[in-house]
Write a protein of this length. Sequence first.
Length: 374
Amino acid sequence: MKILILGAGKVGGTLAEHLASESFDVTVVDLDEHRLRELRDRLDIRTVYGHASRPDVLQQANADDADMLIAVTGSDEVNMVACQVSYSLFKTPMKIARIRASAYLTGSDFFTQDHMPIDVLINPEQVVTDQIKQLLQHPGALQVLDFAEGRVQLAAMRAYHDGPLVGQRIVTLRDHIPNVETRVAAIFRQGQPITPRWDTVVEAEDEVFFVAASENINAVMAEFRHVEKPFKRVMIAGGGNIGESLARSIESSFSVKVLEFSADRADAAAQRLDSSVVILGDATDRDLLIQENIERTDAFCAVTNDDEVNIMSSMLAKQLGVRQVMTLIGKPAYVDLMHEGSIDVAISPQLATTSTILTHVRRADVARVHSLRR
């Protein structure tokens, strides 16, 4: 398959790396010659320097021969125009675009062949919102991924000494919960992956990934750790696009507080949200967190645009007694550092977006694909 990637940023570069390793014919277009050279030096791909939405650049990148176009430049407008040009001039069969601005997503029929011909629309903020919402519904989970339209899920959690299955072989899982169909898919022990066998013994602190029907996820989790009470109180650090979207999606099921440093954004979020409480303040302010009863909060979600603020506020919240903290981290290098620290779940928008796109690239052979360990 010939794939044309527009944009050599974090997502575009990661996609090129994944797809080149699987022997796809990959071409990357970008305006940054340094990024293109770096990708070209370490990957077996073709690169084209130029503006991604211009017909002459797309022609040079062989858009007329591409099976799929993936537009992930830093500009929504460039991504949309590139898909339109590829459809109108080059008849590219499959067009995937990353669109960040929510203003473009309000019209239900805007992205159609008659208007803006984009076959798959990826909104990173919605991807992250959905991911955090899944975690809030399964207390103690480190990752929850949907398969088969949500009927089946893959979940990850850390095994603890008080789990009934800890210290026993995996094969005994069927004896513990005989009426539940489940399979342990992977185990990470001290940061290293282990392929589980029937005689593999689960140890405390193992990170266990298993597959089960969505209604049985919590029952299986209870075999590896003590049963967590459902979350009731959620605090969100950041009232921007992701924070507001998350609050709106969960405020009917949880008691939600939103901390926002900007007075303008706090006021806008307060007007658009229904039952969520919006508080003007700094999420790294210890006194403010204590004043807002942080010790009684079940989950703390740091989703500001600043990695350092997210990390520091999450560590502070955990220190002050929050049961589970979830942290949005833009820099991939930071994500790896968080696995063994005090932050329970590190969420990378880039990795989440990449996984979503790869699902559509591999759809001929694979129904859905995700990266484990966030």
